[in-house]
Design a protein around this ligand. Structure first.
Ligand SMILES: [Zn+2]
Ligand SMILES: [Zn+2]
Length: 315
């Protein structure tokens, strides 16, 4: 992935702070909005060094921060909430559907659908190591609200139930609708909602799309949104094409889809990482299957206590 070198001025008051490394999990790009009245940060998980540089550049300190806005609950967006709130007392704003996942670690974990206690324990440790601490948001958002800085809340569920974009005069802070590769590895992801959300964004006049990962997009935005929808649908089709009239388990489908199996990894740490990768792949496939089931193209049956999936009609 191409790197963005430094803090970038988008408008008089809005700055992009490129995320640490390649701005991939557990980091993202942050957006800092600053005027005479207040200082706002969208998704502050860009990395401490970058954050400090950006505040230095606008002549402020972390203590001057007034508001933290999260596009959604994921750690790679919300991880620095606690740290910044402790220093500044800034208010935290997030959509009402994702507030619970910031308030309760159990609710956060539940959305990841970990399959055994050991994995769940590892995931809790990982979240804590990257700064997750339960925190009650000061304000919950809903579609159409206007947040300080005059950004309109555009509720765009799918990647997360409470995922929101923020729109103002041709600028869209788009969170994980980043036009790279749609991620749907949580139980709380929903493909139908995701497609509808992208459709909703197509109605906005977007000149600058500012994502949390990848590169800002300044050209062909309607076409790029359309391509993003297709990427999502192509993967659903890929899963569908793996199915036959013979019922398969979710593990079998995932292995066919991602060609990896955790047992093949020798080193313990790598094996653990592979287990997580496989798990997220499995949930991704499950979300594809759920979408195909709504379309009456697949069915699930229970055989010897195991859930199996097969094509409903061969077409
Ligand atoms: Zn996310
Ligand atoms: Zn993200």
């Amino acid at each position: 992935m191409q790197k963005i070198s430094g803090i970038e001025r988008i408008t008089d008051n809005l700055y992009m702070i490129p995320g640490e490394g390649t701005a991939t999990f557990p980091f993202c790009h942050s957006y800092l909005y600053n005027n005479d009245d207040f200082c706002i940060i969208f998704d502050p998980q860009c990395g401490r060094k970058q954050l400090k540089q950006a505040f230095d550049q606008i002549g402020k300190t972390f203590a001057d921060l007034d508001i933290i806005i999260n596009t959604h609950f994921h750690l790679d967006h919300s991880g620095s909430n606690f740290f910044l709130k402790k220093i500044s007392g800034a208010k935290i704003l997030i959509h009402e559907a994702d507030a619970i996942a910031l308030e309760h670690l159990d609710a956060y974990i539940e959305r990841y659908g970990m399959e055994n206690k050991e994995m769940e324990k590892d995931w809790r440790t990982f979240l804590k190591n990257f700064g997750f601490k339960e925190i009650i948001p000061d304000q919950t958002l809903k579609d159409g609200d206007i947040v300080p800085g005059d950004f309109q809340v555009v509720h765009t569920p799918g990647h997360a139930p409470g995922h929101c974009c923020f729109y103002k005069a041709g600028i869209l802070i788009s969170g994980d609708i980043d036009l790279t590769s749609p991620w749907i590895g949580n139980l709380s992801c929903n493909i139908a909602d995701y497609l509808n959300s992208i459709e909703k964004l197509k109605k906005f006049r977007i000149i600058k799309l500012l994502p949390a990962h990848g590169l800002p997009v300044f050209e062909n935005i309607p076409e790029r949104l359309e391509a993003f929808q297709h990427r999502l649908l192509d993967r659903v089709e890929k899963t569908y094409n793996l199915l036959t009239d013979t019922p398969l388990s979710l593990d079998q489908i995932t292995q066919l889809m991602f060609h990896e199996y955790p047992e093949e990894q020798r080193n313990r740490l790598r094996r653990r990482q592979a287990q997580f990768t496989f798990h997220f792949g499995k949930i991704t496939c499950l979300n594809h299957l759920k979408y195909l089931k709504i379309q009456n193209r697949v069915k699930n049956i229970t055989h010897d206590g195991q859930e199996l999936w097969q094509k409903l009609n061969s077409d």
